[in-house]
Design a protein around this ligand. Structure first.
Ligand code: DLL
Length: 433
């Protein structure tokens, strides 16, 4: 049974009046909240006093463009609590994201921030079609990562029973899914694929809420097919709140931004100029209600486009496309700009290729090299017999989508890294070594 044959899942609501608020009213609310946030940051975050000295309280939403971007380096430079806008005793929780180098970036929440966050995630889960009273198997990591606790609080807020499994220990996860028969699951898409290698299509799951890493439409098809559930994309980042900044509904027509709390812009990756709706650029987010760690024009580095057309389900808030890559992920191969997500997309369309792969990036002198490692699908035959055919097909697919030739190697089935519960990096970037 594929997802299409599964019971039709319809988007629900957690705060219907807000989610369907007429845009004019929504934008007036955003402006009031933006003005208050700018004033709070100016007054309460000494690290930004100089930077914001010439910025006036915005009189229109357009006025946000006068505010300088906040970047990840600002969080590192003010580690750990230097950008908090409330006294330490008002901070009820901190989370942190592990940077690949150096210190983590630390974020904080007041009691009201935690309530707002739970409400945003509750909207995501209800929009995804999960009903109050259903069970949610939560396989996002609990701890400093925002995934586990973020989804946990949202489920409770929406009246969904949550199983706080956290990531890892796949064997135990499989037993619990079998025995508890949850209707829904949340985890990274790469971990959903790991679970799908062991779970039959005859399982209890109807909805998966997957995110925290990029994934393509083809990967969605594979997950939906193998697990017989619909797979909904959830987006967020710890600097802005955690999961729940934006999420698809069960219709899967773009990710609805919780626009009463987060103001989205898409800007040109090099000039920072705000782009028109529909154009792909860097997503920039401003928190409109956060207290402990308000953030103005945060440069996410995530590439997507934006639309303000109303959704089929009646939601009026803006939607972003799936994240198509990160502005800092670009590889230049013989003068051609390549994003790993483009490679993934081409690769997943090759029928002999399994959805497990790795991109190895190396540098010789000033030239970047890319090697794509692929695995054959189960049952395709011995590598000696099909290896050449598989690598030929992958090379052809890559040449036609990227316009350049890329080295391809075929690995033994099961040998490439699988997600063990957390984010899976499919790019092995050896250029800095
Ligand atoms: O990954 C928050 C989260 C948890 C989102 C659970 C969804 C589900 P960070 O660890 O701070 O926070 O990582 C944020 O992950 O800037 C994106 O590059 C990437 N990311 C998150 N969601 C998606 C998604 C959490 N749906 C960074 N698609 C972000 C693509 C995503 N990339």
């Amino acid at each position: 049974m594929g997802a299409s044959a599964a019971k039709r899942i319809a988007p629900g609501f957690h705060s219907e009046a807000i989610e369907k608020m007429p845009r004019e009213e929504l934008e007036a609310l955003q402006l009031r909240r933006l003005a208050a946030t700018v004033d709070v940051v100016k007054q309460n975050v000494p690290a930004f006093t100089d930077r914001l000295a010439k910025v006036n309280t915005p009189a229109s939403l357009h006025g946000i463009r006068d505010i300088p971007f906040t970047k990840k380096t600002d969080l590192r430079d003010n580690y750990p609590f230097g950008l908090f806008a409330v006294p330490r005793h008002e901070v009820k929780r901190v989370h942190a994201s592990s940077g690949t180098t150096g210190k983590p970036t630390v974020v904080g929440y007041t009691a009201e921030d935690l309530t707002m966050w739970a409400q945003c995630v509750a909207r995501c889960l209800r929009g995804a079609g999960i009903e109050p009273g259903w069970m949610l198997h939560n396989a996002y990591g609990y701890g400093l990562f925002t995934g586990g606790l973020g989804l946990h609080a949202g489920a409770e807020e929406a009246g969904i029973s949550v199983v706080p499994v956290s990531g890892g220990n796949t064997e135990r996860q499989l037993i619990l899914i079998e025995d508890f028969a949850p209707e829904s699951i949340c985890c990274t898409p790469s971990y959903a694929l790991t679970l799908a290698e062991h779970l039959s299509g005859e399982n209890s799951l109807q909805v998966g809420v997957l995110g925290a890493e990029p994934w393509s439409e083809l990967m969605r098809e594979q997950i939906e097919e193998k697990l017989s559930m619909i797979a909904v994309n959830i987006y967020g980042l710890s600097e802005v709140i955690g999961p729940g900044v934006a999420c698809e509904t069960a219709d899967r027509q773009g990710l609805v931004v919780m626009e009463d709390h987060f103001y989205p812009e898409v800007v040109h990756p090099e000039t920072g100029e705000v782009l028109d709706d529909g154009e792909v650029g860097v997503l920039v987010l401003t928190s409109l209600t956060k207290q402990a760690f308000p953030i103005l024009r945060y440069w996410t580095g995530d590439l997507c486009s934006l639309t303000r057309e109303p959704s089929p389900c009646g939601r009026t808030h803006a939607r972003i496309s799936s994240i198509v890559g990160r502005s800092d992920d670009m590889i230049v191969i013989r003068g051609v700009n390549v994003y790993p997500s483009q490679v993934e997309h081409a690769l997943l369309g090759v029928d002999l290729a399994a959805p497990h792969f790795r991109l190895v990036v190396t540098r010789e002198g000033t030239l970047d090299n890319l090697t794509v490692e692929v695995e054959p699908v189960e049952g395709a035959g011995k590598i000696d017999d099909i290896g050449e055919r598989l690598s030929g097909r992958v090379s052809d697919a890559l040449r036609s989508s990227l316009g350049i030739g890329v080295a391809v190697t075929v690995a033994e089935p099961g040998s490439l890294p699988r997600s063990e519960g957390g984010k899976l990096s499919r790019v092995d970037d050896r250029r800095t070594l």
